[in-house]
Design a protein around this ligand. Structure first.
Ligand code: 13P
Length: 244
């Protein structure tokens, strides 16, 4: 049985006061209850230490949004996987489409970063997803399978790697694929990942309280990677509680 994971990707949002307040609000919602799913927040680097403090004593995990492929050294502006682990992070998002686009990150780099994450005992959340043009030309499965093959780390296992399917055209647009389209891609990812039945595959792209329940009920959807709706504690929590 795969336990679902609801992950909030805050992206480049939150000054200190807002970030602390948001983490504290999510922690407060998490406190009194037993949870059917794992819950994760991924704030920007500047808020990580405060987020770790805010969720201490709750089951909420904290993760980074990227890491360098090396453990240390002359890499100005970068942050390494051991640095994230040292702060108390347990996960790191890698290969998000915004990093693939903004920083020209190729699959091979994402794979190396994912290996660095594993070496630091972090769980990499490896992101894949097609652009609108790729979907329109009927190439979704081929593109996603190719990204998967190129980006997954060597030596990963179902317990130590998470995959996120995020169609680029669904991010921040309010549009989503049909449920059948999401299920088709997730089933293919599970087959092609080589990680077996136990690997968790998250859906991301305009997931919100009104569509979370039906997406999370799909057989191969094991959670969500949530952008915009993770910036409001109540919306994020409504998605977490929509887990079947
Ligand atoms: P939205 O939920 O804002 O569409 O963002 C999804 C995403 O990119 C999460 O990583």
């Amino acid at each position: 049985m795969r336990r679902k994971l609801i992950a909030g990707n805050w992206k480049m949002n939150g000054l200190l006061a807002d970030g602390i307040a948001l983490a504290a609000a999510v922690a407060e919602l998490a406190k009194p209850r037993k949870h059917k799913c794992d819950i994760l927040i991924c704030p920007p680097f500047t808020l990580l230490i405060e987020a770790v403090r805010a969720v201490a004593g709750t089951p909420i995990a904290v993760g980074g949004q990227d890491c360098h492929m090396k453990a240390s050294g002359a890499h100005t502006g970068d942050v390494s996987a051991p640095m994230l682990a040292d702060l108390g992070c347990r996960y790191v998002i890698l290969g998000h489409s915004e990093r693939r686009a903004d920083h020209k990150e190729p699959d091979s780099l994402i794979k190396t970063k994912a290996q660095a994450a594993l070496a630091a005992s972090l769980i990499p959340i490896v992101c894949v997803g097609e652009t609108e043009a790729e979907r329109d030309s009927g190439r979704t499965l081929e593109v996603v399978a190719g990204q998967l093959k190129g980006s997954l780390p060597e030596g990963g296992t179902a317990e130590r790697v998470v995959i996120a399917y995020e169609p680029v055209w669904a991010i921040g647009t309010g549009r989503t694929p049909t449920l059948a389209e999401v299920q088709e891609v997730h089933a293919m990812i599970r087959r092609e990942s080589g990680l077996g039945q136990g690997v968790r595959i998250l859906y991301g792209g305009s997931m919100k309280p009104s569509n979370a329940q039906e997406l999370l009920a799909l057989p191969d959807v094991d959670g969500g990677l949530i952008g915009g709706a993770s910036l409001k504690a109540d919306d994020f929590w409504a998605i977490a509680t929509a887990c079947p």
